[in-house]
Write a new protein. Sequence first.
Length: 110
Amino acid sequence: MLKQLERCEAYLASIDRKLAFIAERFPLEKLDQVFDMVCQHPPVACNTPEPDPLYDASYAADRIGVVDRTLYRLTGKGKLPIDSYGDKGTRLFRHSDIERCRRYYLGLQP
């Protein structure tokens, strides 16, 4: 969230610099033209979510605190969904799914 706010602040600062540049060079009578120039730039989405990183089975097993066989069981029960398969068929898991499964396995949350 902090990175998103920093990106928004940087974007707003760049717009502020552009408006100051335009105000120095164009008279007030040409305000419509200036407005059209500013509106040509597409807005930057400041609230885009960060991508959920993918990790392999060995990381997931270490993070949850289980061995690979237990990881297979958790996957089979649907407690840890496989997001995709990487090179050579390696199972890839989302970070958020790993953390949710970790809390489940430790008995912290259902």
